[in-house]
Write a protein that binds this ligand. Sequence first.
Ligand code: B1M
Length: 637
Amino acid sequence: MTQRERMLKAIKGEMPDRLPYFPRLDLWYVANALGGTLPEKYKGKTPDEIARAHGWGLHKINPQYHNVRRTEDTLHWGLGLLSLKETVYKFQFPSNVDIQVKTKNGRTKIVYHTPVGSISTTTIYTEEMKKSGVSAMWIEEHAIKDKKDYQAIGYIFENMKIIPCDQDFRKWQQEVGDGGVCFTLGGRASSPMHHIQKYFINGTDFYYHYHDYQKEMRTLAEKLGIFFDQILQIIAESPAEVVFWGGNFDEMITYPSFFQKEILPWIQKASDILGKKGKYVSCHCDGENQGLLDLIRESGMHIAEAICPAPMTKVPMEEYYKRWSDKLTIFGGIPSIMLLSESTTDEEFEAYLDYFFQAIAPGKRMIVGIADSVPPKGIFERVIRIGERIEKEGKLPLEAGGFRPIEWKIIEDVSKKVSKEIIWDKEFQIIQNDVLEGNHEGIKPHIENLLNQGIKAEDILKRGMISAMEVINERFKSGEVFIPEVLLSARAMNEAIKVLEPYLAGGKLAAKGKVIMGTVKGDLHDIGKNLVLTMLKGVGFETIDLGIDVPAEEFIRKVKEEKPEILGLSALLTTTMPQMKIVIETLRKEGIRDKVKVMVGGAPLNEKFARDIGADGYAPDAAGAVNLAKQLVGKNQ
Ligand code: B1M
């Protein structure tokens, strides 16, 4: 059976002869080729040649953004417009939109002048990013900065022409041949609202806009819907068998109610339309899926790709297989940290594979892959070893044998966890409610009212505002509320503090302490860090955000300048975790290590790592970060 046949059988829910194995090599390959660290035997070979030589399938799922036909293919990334060999359409801007492009050192600024206003975007994709294994561009400046930008962007999408164009896609299919299945790119977002979230607005501001500018957003989503519908029609008539229909879902970012309302209906629509044409819909589900398991199952998608199970996320592989495999095909299953010596020993790696073969028995609807990809420093012998074991033990149907779940955090039943209820304080109930509801406008007159009645500002702050914020903190921890609620409550707090501050003793809010925080060098993830900062600010810390991709020297400079009680470091990539150690060592070299407490966090970290690098504390989430920060400054109240 060819690799292509194997994959198609797994997608259709039939039994191939053995488990299909399609490791994604591009990030590993590009990073090592550019860094001159590609193993000798692979030098001069392409990733496809390497995969074919080892008898693996060719991973033709994620577009090769680093290797496009021409600059224009990804030029309009800031608007989420891509025209690649992987897409079966191209687009044409309305003729009355004037576009000005400036590019310098991997940074591209574009201004779009439309008859109803101008918008601009800036994207970055540098050689350094490629070397560190980044395959996609970073949006530094988002198109929508405030309410007035909705109209211009809506105008562009409403008047955009989408034209079928599949010659290059057909050529690509021929080149890949029996080696695999070429996924066409529908888009990197799964619905119009998801598109707005991923491309148009900064990751954190999105939630404020979603709350404040509902009408504008809804209208824009409708205009984008026209664009999405056209793409679906073109794909339906194209030679593609499978479509990459967006992704990067995460139970925090695309929290369950948002996923259900804004994303799921479009996956259903795509699956219906394309399903009728004998095509399949695949979504990139590389995030934390615990709270989304049932929704993804019900979404109608045919393939959940880049599935990254425990221990990297909360959902163990057997849970995925048990919950989904009767309905959709699972692609992935080997979390990338299994390939890293820092996180996984050889013995642990082999034990994971023993477990894995049992967790996915009998192996139907399963395509094995590294989720989401082989990391730049991944041990390549382990990629080979997985292939060897599949060759030997992956004949289908797999036998489950004596299944023993591995010891890691088993799925938690969120619905059973109820955090502490608010203790209403009669005098301050209205303020407590404003904070809980995120009523950032209403809270101001309410506070003025209390002040006019002669109530002390310190009491309003402590008994009214902070007591409510702590409840939000707890509810977030227990999964009862999600990012938007936290952000909106914190915003109400901050607005209220502005009114309160002149009345506080000394005319200034006595901060719990000063915290400086940033995402370490090489790492561009900022949603979690922003949330932590917002929470800290909400409970009374003074916060300074250093942003993303912050080098050690910058952290040190700021610590010297601002003299904070706490320095916070965030990292989401295993490749950038070592940066934290560098920062701590530099603090030591500069003789200021004992002047500041260092707190670290981010999905791939744990307590042990924090201890090993000499940090003062680790927090797994934003609520934990608040508690830790209080402990570190010795103020638990
Ligand atoms: Co990225 N990404 N990503 N990504 N991404 C991960 C992290 C990944 C685990 C996905 C996967 O493989 N399953 C993987 C890393 C794998 C690894 O390192 N082994 C990965 C990869 C590979 C990449 C790229 C390399 C992909 C590529 O280019 N092909 C690239 C790297 C870019 C770079 O940084 N150089 C990349 C890019 C992106 C996007 C731009 C698409 C987007 C980021 C958008 C943004 O941040 N503005 C993105 C996203 C969204 C994710 C996932 C899906 C979600 C991350 C997130 O925001 N979660 C993520 C999957 C995952 O984490 N399982 C993934 C929600 C957020 C609220 O949680 O950030 O964990 P989190 O923050 C929590 C806690 O960790 C903690 O509190 C927060 C709130 O509770 N916390 C702290 C965080 N910082 C703290 C600091 C503290 C204390 C607590 O004290 C100081």
